[in-house]
Design a protein around this ligand. Structure first.
Ligand SMILES: C[S@@+](CC[C@H](N)C(=O)[O-])C[C@H]1O[C@@H](n2cnc3c(N)ncnc32)[C@H](O)[C@@H]1O
Length: 337
């Protein structure tokens, strides 16, 4: 059954362009959540007004509906190359036409890594910022685009992305893991929890669940990317006695000088959740305990590994790890696979 997205109800009543016929319904929800996230849209609009000079050429990497391309036009760009690999590219073309900017916005239907431009851009803008900053592949895309699509002294929006983490106590977020540790129809499916915990679980963390002070695990200047992956370690103190179920994480993005955005709890944005990295076994900690959190990505931030240990990084009393990517930190292992 073809899905129809009514971008303009008045017109859709009598005519729905064929371009919408094969679009998955999730795309509507996804892009709706992006468009109504005013912290996000306002932040990017302010950043582009600040960073684009009249006449600049702009490349919008992952244009989606084309909103950032149209912001770039409002900011004075003479031309915008709007790259989108997915079926939204055709919708973006129609949206640009309805907004009268089709002569200044060129939609390129391709992956950015495959796209070529007839000229280098003065400004690169991309909102491929994941829930924990990096998992939508922003480092891979920007590393490639700065080499091939942007002038050597070009401006990148956003400027810097940081991954922030804290230990969390959350039975709610751990419930899926805990459930499969118990038999289902008297059968043992606990091996499935290993599978589930190879990837990050997405949730909306309550600030009440945060046990330690949050700290920045890693921070990347997008004009100086060295790797497609990130790794980092923090040692933070427990604020109270708690049963730690996992590591909560989120991002801070510096979009342009003086303009930043974050989904740090309790901030709830329509378009970004938080990451929950479950521990193999929940761990009891006491107020004041130093906890060392290590997080590392692989395969261009599409795989993640993590561990939590009691003590300073160099002298851990125990560690518990869900990471298939790295050997566990030093110290006797409680539960590592
Ligand atoms: C989070 S959405 C943002 C859309 C739009 N820029 C906005 O701000 O509303 C990211 C978009 O980038 C596209 N995308 C992600 N990586 C891409 C890449 N490397 N090349 C082209 N499109 C990409 C996705 O298909 C998606 O439409």
């Amino acid at each position: 059954m073809p899905v129809r997205i009514h971008v303009a109800p008045d017109r859709a009543r009598c005519h729905t362009p064929a371009v919408y016929d094969d679009l998955p319904a999730e795309l509507f929800d996804f892009h709706h959540s992006l468009l109504v996230d005013e912290v996000r849209t306002t932040g990017f609009l302010r950043a582009l007004l600040q960073q684009i000079r009249p006449g600049d050429v702009v490349v919008d990497l992952g244009t989606g509906t084309g909103i950032l391309s149209m912001f770039a036009v409002i900011a004075g760009a003479s031309r915008v190359y709007a790259i989108e690999h997915g079926p939204m590219a055709e919708v973006a073309r129609e949206i640009a036409r309805r907004n009268g900017v089709e002569n200044r916005v060129t939609i390129i239907t391709d992956w950015s890594t495959e796209a070529t431009l007839p000229e280098l851009a003065d400004v690169l803008v991309t909102e491929t910022i994941g829930n924990i900053g990096f998992e939508e592949g922003i480092l891979t895309w920007v590393l490639d685009a700065t080499k091939r699509l942007l002038k050597p002294d070009g401006t990148i929006v956003p400027e810097r992305i940081s991954l922030v983490a804290a230990a969390v106590e959350s039975r709610h977020d751990y419930a899926k893991i805990a459930r499969l540790r118990r038999p289902v129809h008297e059968l043992d499916f606990s091996a499935l929890t290993n599978l589930a915990t190879h990837s990050i679980l997405w949730t909306d963390l309550s600030p009440v669940s945060v046990v330690t002070e949050p700290a920045t695990v890693t921070s990347v200047d997008l004009a100086a990317i060295e790797h497609q992956d990130v790794a980092g370690s923090i040692t933070v103190n427990a604020r109270r006695d708690a049963l730690v179920h996992g590591i909560g994480c989120w991002f801070v993005a510096e979009i342009a000088p003086g303009i930043s955005m974050s989904n740090q709890p309790p901030t709830a944005t329509p378009s970004w959740s938080h990451g929950f990295l479950p521990l193999l076994e929940p761990q009891q900690v006491e107020a004041g305990d130093p906890l060392t959190i290590e997080i590392q990505s692989g395969a261009g931030c599409s795989r993640w590994g993590w561990s939590l240990g009691l003590g300073e990084a160099a002298a851990l009393t125990w560690t518990t790890s869900m990471t298939p990517l790295t050997p566990p930190p030093r110290g006797p292992s409680v539960a590592v696979w």
